[in-house]
Design a protein around this ligand. Structure first.
Ligand SMILES: Cc1ncc(COP(=O)(O)O)c(C=O)c1O
Length: 369
């Protein structure tokens, strides 16, 4: 890709796409957003990083604490992986325990990928994996762990369909075992309600991790949470040279201002719903076994092929995604999509037209290779 603007991006050969990958999540307001970029430019002229704390550090912390009902303190980082890793370290310090329970993807750091090649082998015993198809199995996992568990970290998009009770139960079970409950809102932050996914399901996690949309394209991440847990961070080394860098914070403040002044969450919800409904109608019309749904909710739609045979699903998927790409629609075949405030109703209708053609052409794959 050479450039992006709003909901569109262009490749090196000059092709234009309506883009729902959105660089994997940061662009809630769209690419090259003028308000966010202006705030970054203004900050750039004052020096991007200084020797002592900058007023933005305080203002941004206050802003996050005011926004999340579960937050009393905030700590800043640059990437989601840093935030989730820091949240675990804080939880370990707060509980004096080491083992953690994870669910899905929380970043590229060693603990998130304990089975990856070249990761220290001892991590496997200290990082347990929740079966997300059976969230109720958390109780068993915590009871059966060799050592008491320090933290349970949950990413909302991993537990489908979204049922508030499931999240209340996960939180209650975690607390009953004396562990810290971390909600990983790296993907969901700002997309749903002012207080994000936790407000939607009505829970107050002990810690929350945030990134992606928070800076609308500029690197910024945070851990926010309860004072009694966050205080454990005071005794830890959780700092890096660029953590105080202010461009990401200026971007985040401008993004928050914009989100507070515009119906961003409503827009991405209703357009996401329209996209999901249209895709399902279109797949049914052409007899394609596929289902579109929100992962976890309409602002983050995804499409799954459901023929039942992995080989056939792969063939349908390959054909469908090739056809949409060739017609100027950028959808990811293996990662959920993101609807942005820059997408318009016309973009959704055009996307559905392209998808309809692609479903029609995909139909021939059902007749065999
Ligand atoms: C739920 C979740 N947590 C953490 C991360 C890691 O964030 P980053 O890629 O900024 O390190 C991601 C990234 O996709 C994520 O989706």
């Amino acid at each position: 890709m050479t450039h992006g603007r709003g909901a569109r991006c262009w490749d090196a050969d000059g092709h234009e796409y309506i883009d729902y990958i959105g660089a994997y999540g940061p662009f809630l307001l769209g690419y090259a957003h003028p308000v966010v970029d202006a705030a970054v430019s203004a900050q750039l002229e004052r020096g991007s990083l200084l020797s002592l704390n900058h007023p933005l550090h305080v203002l941004f912390a206050e802003r996050l604490v005011a926004r999340f009902a579960s937050a009393e303190m905030a700590l800043f980082f640059k990437t989601g992986s840093e935030a989730t890793t820091a949240a675990l370290r804080i939880a370990r310090a707060a509980t004096g325990r080491r083992t953690v329970v994870r669910c899905g993807y929380h970043g590229w750091h060693d603990w998130c990928l304990p089975l990856e090649r070249f990761v220290p082998s001892g991590l496997v015993e200290q990082v347990l994996e929740l079966d997300t198809s059976e969230p109720g199995s958390l109780e068993q996992l915590l009871t059966g762990a060799r050592e008491p568990v320090a933290a349970v970290i949950v990413a909302p998009e991993m537990i489908l369909p979204t049922q508030p009770k499931v999240f209340h139960d996960l939180l209650a079970t975690t607390r009953a075992h004396g562990a810290v409950f971390i909600l990983d809102e790296v993907k969901t932050a700002l997309r749903i309600k002012p207080g994000s996914f936790q407000e939607y399901v009505g829970i107050r996690p002990d810690l929350t991790t945030l990134s992606k949309a928070l800076g609308n394209g500029y690197p910024i991440a945070a851990v926010v949470g309860k004072r009694e847990v966050m205080q454990a961070a005071a005794g830890l080394h959780l700092s890096a040279t660029y953590h105080g860098e202010t461009l990401g914070m200026a971007a985040a403040m401008a993004t928050l201002d914009f989100v507070d002044a515009h119906p961003v969450a409503e827009h991405v919800w209703s357009l996401g719903e329209r996209l999901i409904t249209g895709l399902n109608e279109s797949a049914a019309r052409h007899g394609i076994p596929a289902v579109a749904f929100g992962e976890p909710l309409p602002p983050m739609p995804f499409l799954k092929f459901t023929a039942g045979s992995p080989a056939l699903d792969e063939r349908l998927k390959t054909r469908f995604y090739r056809e949409v790409l060739a017609r100027g629609l950028l959808l990811h075949p293996r990662h959920l999509w993101f609807v942005s405030y820059a997408h318009s109703e016309a973009d959704i209708e055009r996307s559905l037209e392209i998808a309809d053609t692609a479903f029609r052409l995909t139909r021939s794959e059902l007749d065999g290779p």
